[in-house]
Design a protein around this ligand. Sequence first.
Ligand code: AMP
Ligand code: GLY
Length: 420
Amino acid sequence: MINILVVGSGGREHALGWKLASSPKVGIVYHAPGNGGTANNVDIGAEEIERLAQFASDNDCLTVVGPEVPLAAGIVDSFEKKGLEIFGPTRQAAQLESSKVWAKNFMKRNGILTARFEIFDDASKAKEYAKSVGYPLVVKADGLAAGKGVIVCDDANDAVSAIDKILVEKSFGNAGLRVILEERIDGVEASYIAISDGNVAYPMATSQDHKRIYDDDKGPNTGGMGAYSPTSIIGKSLGAQIQKDVIEKTVSSMRKEGIPFKGFLYAGIMVRDGKPYVLEFNARMGDPECQPIMVRMESDLVDYIQASIRGTLSSLPQISWKDQSAVCVVLASRGYPDSYPKDEEITGLDANDEISHVFHAGTRRANGKVLTNGGRVLGVTATGDTLQGAISNAYDRVERISWPSKYCRTDIGKKGSWIW
Ligand code: AMP
Ligand code: GLY
């Protein structure tokens, strides 16, 4: 039996741990630090690499890393040096996410379709450029900024204030030593995630996130307010094109450059005029995309994780998926993505069943109660024979759960039914 250590504390990690625990090959699934919904929590933070390694070694664990920060800090390099089995990219490979400048240059030199861009470290030169181009821009800080370092602009004035925010006010610290000014691509966005062993990559199911806080995609960006899978935005032929021109090209180019990419490779795609532009890469699973993807996955995830680590993915069949839709509605605390109350008691958390699962994110347990402990609190995930059915199953479950500051979007999955 294989013991697993899942690193992280979000809904993504709860869903990964839940899926792994269903494998007949898996023994104990530990979560570090986990949340109020995960079992076998270990009191070690996701960034305490040395302590995590000691725990994994003492408990004979294969380690699965959820979030980007420990990957960018080199958790995989450090575990590998110690001879410990760990799933995810090395620090250098994780640059696909941790440095947007690195990722854009990588795409350019390898002919991967992405928005045209320029890179600046000097504010006045950046502003001059922003005023001179004739198309709307997106201004991005280079480094990791918890999803906040991207500012989508309507005109040159917006771009100038975004440049000031990043390069002059240094709102993102060292993550904002350089900015990317790139063309705004107006299209429809979807998530394409694959699993790679450094040689080949197998697609996970397609999905679409809902990044804005309010219905109809209004308000500021968040980590993601809900997701569904599969998405008709990426049909068979576009999926095959993304697999070949984005995923396989990335995996083979990384290998050629001497930085093989192992782990989940997530391409944020904008489809414009039928063409897939890469907006960003993530070196990990998406959150909340992970939740609907995991409930649809039929194959044993641990087989694919071991094959990724060992470089033997091509010996496995393609991953199989339930022929159903799945929807995850994120329940947040009112005020997120800014400040929000904590420690409110959550009621109505009935047992999970075949149709719906509640994955925890910002929760903790105290005195037999489940309390809120973060901005995104729960991910209510349900399946259905149609997208519409999955949506109503998810919202039925959402209605039974409550706490004083509970907030969710009421339109998760809707755009999946009306876009195409
Ligand atoms: P990123 O973290 O780079 O994916 O950016 C966050 C969000 O900003 C994306 O999910 C898109 O909604 C939006 N975005 C990023 N780059 C662009 C672009 N070039 N054109 C339009 N929207 C973009
Ligand atoms: N849901 C978007 C992300 O995980 O980056």
